[in-house]
Every structure is written in structure tokens, then in C-alpha cells.
Design a protein around this ligand. Structure first.
Ligand SMILES: [Zn+2]
Length: 310
């Protein structure tokens, strides 16, 4: 599943003014982008964590999925398995040898069942043996893989690392973040990204997503290791920025509705003035995530293809 919306893709000039009718406000809060971003194939991010790229770059995945070998022992866990891209299994084997003191894998833990996180499970098992898979179950998405259930608050232990599962629905209903107690590192999956913003797909829920962001804010993590893009050194600032970004989008959408616009594409054209037209589809997914939340809150009605202020 795509992980960044059109907000992430086009980098607006800092402080760019909005279109005149938006009152000269900045058109976006988050101005970073994963477009064209490169990441090393593998790298040690800390004494307990080695990142191995899923080798699945793309418009939405940015440089690809970060998968993580976690722990300090002879046997370590793999957090997320990529999407099964050719060469990932070779790269993972090389990383275990060169960057993880020759450690072996003992199981796979999955943040959520989007294909770029769970799609590589069989590839990894084919190379490293029948490893158990642990995640919050979501049967329709789990690709028929038998999983050991992880719920909110579950503790996943491996030598040298203790991960606490934090249920963070919104981007996906089964989404878990993992908080590593030893050094207060948060593995944020697709909740918070190293650049740009996260897409809320049609089966996601923006209201849940915002509540999940607030839950992450309370953790007071010292840094975030996201599933896409580089390490985030200032979690509180980044999460607050994500919340502000969504609040601004709400405001822009309401302004558009008040100005008489009733259709998603019209709202996209008004708000995403700094985004090329080929990204309007992705922008529309984002706008509709906001509109569905407004319907849920009783502020907007949805009639056929029209969105109307209550
Ligand atoms: Zn995802």
C-alpha cells in the first residue's frame, strides 16, 4: 500500500504562499518529500538495530520499505519483511553477516499487513527457514499467513531488545508501532514517515489516525525509526507537525466547501495548487479521508458525489 500522499511528493518552497483565495497561508505544514530520496541498502542505525532496505522504491514508497533486524544476540527478530522484491533476501543475508555479527533470524514481527511490509514473508522464509510471524491479525489482509497474535501492550522480547506493541489504527486497522524500552526508540511503521506524510487509504480512518498520533506523542520517544525514510531525531516536533498539517487541511477543505465547492476534484484543485496534476488522484484520497471524518463528526453530508456543509 502506498505510504505517502501527494503532500509528500512535491516539495513546496518553504513558506510558499497559498493561492490568493486561501488568504496567503502556507499551503502545507509538512514540506519535506521522499521524491528522489536515496537511502543506503543496509546500515546500522543503533547498537541494537540494523536497517535493510526492501528494494522496493516507488512514487509512494519513496526509497522503499525499511526492514529492521533487532537485537544483540545470536538470534534476532526481523521487523517487517518488505514486499518480496528480487534481491532483498540476498541483501538481508549479507546484512546479517556483515552488520549483525553473523546473527540468525528467529522470527518475523509485522507492523501491518500492507504488501510492502508483509509481502516478503514467504521470500524470507524460503531463505531463512520456517520463521513464526507475529502481528495484530487482520484476516482479510494477512495473505493466508498464520500469525501469532500481538495485541496492544504485548511485549516482544529478543536478546538485548524489548519491544512494546502500541495499537495505532488509522493508516491501517491492524497497525502496530513498537516502542523499544532500552533506548526509547519508536518503530513507527507507516504512522510517521522520515519525510512527507502518510496516506489514509479508503479503508483507513483519519479520526483513528489522529488519536493514534496523540497516543504516540504521549510516549515521549527519543527518536523514531520509520518504515520509510531516515531516522527522525525530534519525535515530539514531528508528530506535532503531523497534527498541525491535518488541522490545516481540515481548515482548507472547510474554506473550499464554504466557497461553494462540493466535489472532491474541485477541492483538490483549490488546495493542492503546488502539486502537479498527475498527483491529483492521490490528493483526492487524502481530501476524502478528511471529508469522511467530517461526515463522522456531523459537519458534512455526503450526497451522491457531492460534499455539503451541514
Ligand atoms: Zn502501510
Amino acid at each position: 500500500m502506498s505510504v505517502s500522499d501527494a503532500d509528500s511528493i512535491t516539495k513546496a518552497a518553504a513558506g510558499a504562499a497559498a493561492s490568493g483565495d486561501a488568504g496567503g497561508k502556507a499551503t502545507r505544514v509538512v514540506t519535506s518529500s521522499m521524491l528522489g530520496m536515496g537511502m543506503p541498502d543496509k546500515a546500522r542505525w543503533s547498537e541494537r538495530v540494523t536497517a535493510v532496505l526492501g528494494l522496493n522504491p516507488g512514487v509512494f514508497a519513496g526509497p522503499g520499505t525499511n526492514t529492521f533486524v533487532v537485537g544483540k544476540g545470536r538470534r534476532r527478530l526481523l521487523l517487517d519483511a518488505g514486499q518480496g522484491a528480487g534481491g532483498y533476501d540476498d541483501l538481508l543475508e549479507l546484512a546479517l553477516k556483515q552488520d549483525c555479527d553473523g546473527a540468525e533470524l528467529d522470527r518475523i514481527v509485522i507492523t501491518h499487513a500492507h504488501p510492502d511490509h508483509i509481502g516478503g514473508v514467504e521470500q524470507v522464509r524460503a531463505r531463512f527457514g520456517a520463521l513464526a510471524v507475529e502481528k495484530m491479525p487482520l484476516e482479510r489482509n494477512d495473505l493466508g499467513i498464520e500469525v501469532k497474535k500481538l495485541g496492544h501492550g504485548a511485549v516482544v522480547e529478543t536478546e538485548g531488545a524489548t519491544l512494546e506493541a502500541i495499537w495505532t489504527p488509522g493508516h491501517a486497522g491492524d497497525h502496530l508501532c513498537f516502542f523499544m524500552r532500552e533506548d526509547r526508540t519508536l518503530f513507527s511503521g507507516d504512522m510517521v514517515l522520515g519525510a512527507g506524510t502518510t496516506v489514509i487509504p479508503p479503508d483507513g480512518d483519519l479520526d483513528d489516525y489522529l488519536a493514534s498520533l496523540r497516543r504516540l506523542l504521549e510516549l515521549d520517544a527519543e527518536r523514531i525509526f520509520p518504515a520509510h525514510g531516515p531516522v527522525i531525531e525530534d519525535p515530539q516536533r514531528k508528530i506535532s507537525e503531523y497534527l498541525a498539517h491535518r488541522a490545516l487541511r481540515d481548515e482548507q477543505i472547510l474554506e473550499g466547501l464554504r466557497a461553494g465547492l462540493t466535489r472532491t476534484d474541485g477541492l483538490v484543485r483549490r488546495i493542492y495548487v503546488d502539486v502537479p496534476e498527475f498527483l491529483y488522484g492521490a490528493a483526492g484520497v487524502s481530501v476524502e479521508a478528511h471529508l469522511r471524518r467530517m461526515v463522522k463528526l456531523g459537519r458534512v453530508r455526503h450526497e451522491d458525489t457531492q460534499w455539503v456543509l451541514v
